[in-house]
Design a protein around this ligand. Structure first.
Ligand code: ADP
Length: 247
């Protein structure tokens, strides 16, 4: 048996590859997140131009703006896939636990979504706790959880919706809730929506862009933090998602 074939050597090489893979995944995740934020900002500017919010365009200008919007939408879909795929099985095992300021993170995420919210006339209210709420967690993964819930709340509500986010520091846990007054989820779909690639029919009608991976990934991340996720909903009346993570 040569040195390169010993179990110790193979274990070391295996560990090295696993670490390299985790670093690449993190890089993809951060880049995709930044890309999505910029693409979303572009999307609502293009939408406002297209809708004539800055003055009517001539047919040629409108035609080109529509093409830019289509292409932007495709890119957002692609980046969403990248984000979701990157958080499936393997990479979920790699946890980088640090102290996360959740109040600040939610504020930043609301800012990221302010363009889309403005365009739809959506009001996002964050009922902030009086003191800073911190959690020992994997920052990038927790960001994906809250981001997915806010994104869905906006996506699956009509115009002029009201979204309420709460953050509560309980004795042993931190609880985050995201409430919307949107399309809701039917009882028959309740057990399925955390499944891989599952999208309800009314969701497909409301928003054609979606992978059905967001909640699957979200639940995996929450469970990796030994927490739980659940929701209360009524069709056409809105949904509230709750996430509870032990401190
Ligand atoms: P996607 O949004 O890409 O379809 P998700 O995994 O995030 O995928 O959500 C899965 C499905 O759960 C959605 O397609 C939709 O049917 C339902 N859903 C998620 N969030 C909401 C919500 N806030 N209101 C209504 N339906 C929702």
């Amino acid at each position: 048996m040569t040195d390169a074939e010993t179990p110790e050597f193979l274990a070391q090489e295996n560990e090295k590859l696993r670490r390299q893979n985790a670093i690449k995944s993190d890089l993809i995740s951060i880049s995709a997140h930044q890309l999505r934020t910029s693409l979303s900002a572009m999307k609502w500017i293009l939408k406002m131009l297209y809708d004539g919010d800055f003055g009517e365009m001539n047919p040629e200008q409108k035609n080109f703006t529509e093409k830019a919007l289509d292409s932007n939408n495709r890119m957002i879909g692609f980046v969403n896939e990248m984000l979701s795929m990157n958080h499936t099985d393997d990479t979920l095992d790699e946890m980088k636990i640090i102290e996360v300021d959740l109040t600040k993170m939610i504020d930043e995420l609301i800012f990221d979504f302010s363009g889309e919210a403005y365009k739809k006339g959506t009001q996002i209210i964050f009922l902030k706790p009086e003191t800073k709420v911190e959690l020992q967690a994997d920052k990038e993964k927790i960001r994906v959880v809250i981001q997915n819930l806010i994104e869905n709340a906006i996506k699956y509500s009509g115009n002029h919706a009201k979204i309420i986010i709460t953050l509560t520091d309980k004795d042993h846990d931190i609880e985050i809730s995201v409430h919307d007054n949107g399309i809701g989820i039917m009882d028959t779909d309740k057990d399925k929506i955390f499944g891989k690639f599952y999208r309800t029919d009314n969701a497909k009608k409301q928003d054609s862009v979606g992978s059905g991976l967001g909640l699957f990934v979200t639940r995996r991340i929450v469970e990796k933090h030994h927490g739980r996720i659940w929701f209360e909903s009524k069709k056409d009346d809105g949904t509230t998602f709750f996430v509870e993570i032990p401190k």
